[in-house]
Each structure stands twice: as C-alpha cells, then as structure tokens.
Write a protein that binds this ligand. Structure first.
Ligand code: ADP
Length: 376
C-alpha cells in the first residue's frame, strides 16, 4: 500500500501545489487522482516516485518511508507512463520497451523476448517491433508507453494523463485494455486525469482534488455519484449523475420476458398465441434469433413480415454483462419502451419494459448495493 500522510508541496516560488494531502492507495487496484487543471495532480504523482520531493509530510510504500529508499530502487519498482508516451524517438519500438530490462542488465535476447511478449499483451502487432515511434499512431505510441512501463514487471504503475492526447474512440479502447491488464496483472495503479468520466470508468477509488491541492473527496466512483461531499464535487461531476450511477448496477437481476418474442418464420397460430400475452408488442427475430424489430400483434401476418416496416428495437443490451444504464438506454431508444436483452452472440434472450427496469433501479437504490465494475 502507498500511504500519504499530510503531504504538502510548496514550490520555491511559494506556490502551494499540494496541501496536507492524506491518502491510502490500496494495492492491486486503480486509484485515480482527478480535478481541474493546476490542482496538484501531477505534483502528487511525482512525489510518489520522488521526481518531486515533498516539503512536509511522509509517503510510505509498504510501511517504509520512501525517503529512506535509494531513489533508483524506488523508481525501478514503479513504471511511469505520461501523455504522448515520452518514447525515445531514435530507438525502435522493441528497444523502447526493452529499455528498463536492459538497464537492469538483462541480455539483449531476453529483453527483446520480454518486449515481444508485452507488445502482444497491449495489443500491438509484432510487425511494428522494428519501426520507430514516429511511424506509429498516437494510440499505438501510448500502448508502447504502457508496455515499456510494464517491462520490468514493477508492482506499481504511475500514469499521468496517459490517454488525454488521443481521439475518443482510441481512448475508449485504451481504457478498456488498461482495465483488462489491471485484472490480469493486478498492479497498483495511480492514474492522473482531469476527465471525471475517465476517473469514474477506471477508478476503484477516486480522489477528487480542488485547486490548492486539497482533497475534496476520496471514494469509490459509485459513491461519488450518489453522495458527492460538497457543491464543488457535485459541480465537477456534472449532469446526469443519477443516470451515470446506473452503470454500477448489473442487468442480471432484471426479469426478462420471452413470451412476446416471435421468429420471422412463425406460423399464424404461433403469432396468435404470442399475441395474447399481456404485452402490446411482439419482438420479431430472424432465423438465428437476432432482433429485427417490434410489431403490434395485429399488424403481423405469417409469411409476410417486412423487416423494413417493423418498429426499431433501440440498442440491445448484453444481459448480465452490461448495466442497468444500458438496459434503460435500450428501452428509451425504442418507441415501444421495451428493451431487448441479448447474449454475447447477439441472440435475443428476453425483453423487458421500462417499467420493470424502473422497479429494478428503485430496488437497487434501496439496497444501496453496487456491482463494482459493470461493462457499459
Ligand atoms: P495538475 O497536474 O493538477 O494540473 P500540477 O501538479 O502540475 O497540477 O500543478 C499544481 C500547481 O503547482 C499549479 O499551480 C502549478 O502552476 C504549480 N507548479 C507546478 N510545477 C511547478 C514548479 N516547478 N514551480 C512552481 N510552481 C509549479
């Protein structure tokens, strides 16, 4: 565990960048430092690997004061990733990644083998190994930065706005990969961002800092959304707090209905039977069980279903894997007010009304339970 005890950083010009900050950063999870520009995030991160020395207070790594450790040993236990990757421009990708292992005295062959393994892990094609950084896209360079930081297998990873300079689509991919790497490797990650959505998506714990380097709130993301400590945090979280919090409730407990589902090749009798179910609409699926659209029962004629004339089914949600937010979104997007639950292959497993989703939301709030991390 990394423990910061009343840490203050005053720069020589008198700027107080961090003010009596106390934080307990848990092992094997992602702790995000978030806040507006200039609130002391980078300074805090850099004090952890002693690129910046605190003016007051102590930082303990596994109960040992980091001031008492040789700075090189400390830094070797901490990978560091920055915006724009900070790669060595005159070195190939494989040699960039192998930098720290080489410094540690590994043979060239062993260091390169390790680099190749990491390239695969962060989703970089082996064919890029011999290229130079300028020959890669921004997102690929960021992946190299992550691979380089992981090369010597340090227990701690410090990441300073690593994904801020890439476009939103690539950024989403990088975030998902980081969550996956975290799950697989169990590193202790301290992640700096000014983007509250990124903080909520990635953080196991989120520290919100305010200008002047003071801690405004330290909590799991679902708790930030449900109980912001004060007006500053509430304002920083922005609108749609309630809707966004639904991302933390899994959809697996929703009771789905299968009665209102008919395949496109259904007979007149099958349609008639389904049509008597207590639902105003029937969902028509293709022969594989994938959704085509909704219809009022009286508008369906066996053998004459025209998919183009069906009502849209919104965006289906993956039942159990995606959250109540995805389910509600699906229901809101369809003119019928019903959401379509699918399995991992896109086949319909059941449908659920906005009303049932609303009841599930109320139950989840009443339980005060959240399901740690749910996709979507
Ligand atoms: P953030 O990462 O949240 O944007 P920083 O930690 O970079 O914030 O900076 C916090 C405050 O400290 C800012 O007011 C910044 O101008 C100031 N600061 C940062 N580095 C220095 C420095 N080397 N000398 C003087 N002031 C600094």
């Amino acid at each position: 565990m990394i423990r910061m005890d009343s840490v203050t950083k005053r720069y020589p010009d008198g700027t107080v960048a961090v003010d009596r900050l106390s934080l307990e950063i848990p092992d094997r999870s992602i702790t995000v430092l978030v806040g507006p520009s200039g609130c002391g995030k980078t300074t805090t991160l850099r004090m952890i690997n002693r690129m910046v020395e605190p003016s007051e207070g102590t930082i303990l790594l596994d109960d040992v004061d980091i001031q008492k450790q040789p700075v090189n040993t400390l830094r070797r236990s901490m990978g560091y990733v920055i915006q724009n990757a900070g790669l060595f421009q005159h070195r190939t990708i494989v040699d960039n990644i192998a930098t720290v292992p080489r410094l540690l005295g590994w043979s060239k062959a062993k260091a390169r083998a390790r680099a190749a393994e990491l390239m695969e892990r962060v989703g970089l094609d082996a064919s890029l190994a011999k290229r130079y950084p300028y020959q890669l896209s921004g997102g690929q360079q960021q992946r190299v930065g992550v691979a380089r930081a992981l090369a010597a297998d340090p227990p701690v990873l410090l990441m300073d706005e690593p994904f801020s300079a890439v476009d939103p689509v690539v950024r989403k991919g990088l975030q998902e990969e980081l969550l996956w790497i975290q799950e697989e490797l169990g590193k202790t990650i301290v992640f700096v961002t000014h983007d509250i959505d990124e903080a909520i998506k990635l953080g196991t714990m989120v520290a919100v800092l305010r200008t002047g380097g003071r801690l405004a709130q330290f909590a799991p993301p679902a708790e930030l959304l449900s109980d912001p400590a004060d007006a500053f945090v509430e304002d920083f979280l922005g609108t749609d707090r309630g809707i966004r919090r639904l991302s933390f409730f899994a959809s697996g407990e929703l009771e789905l209905k299968t009665a209102p589902i008919v395949a496109v090749d259904s007979t007149a009798e099958q349609i008639a039977v389904r049509g008597t179910a207590d639902v105003p609409y029937l969902l028509v699926t293709d022969l594989e069980g994938k959704p085509l659209g909704w219809s009022e029962p009286g508008d369906l004629t066996a053998g004459e279903v025209d998919p183009a004339r069906l009502l849209p089914y919104g965006r289906p949600f993956e039942y159990g894997r995606e959250s109540l937010r995805a389910a509600l979104d699906g229901a809101v997007l369809s003119p019928t007010g019903w959401a379509v639950g699918v399995d991992g292959t896109g086949r319909v497993v059941g449908v659920v009304s906005q009303q049932t989703i609303g009841e599930a939301i109320r139950r989840a709030h009443a339980d005060g339970r959240t399901d740690a991390k749910v996709a979507g």
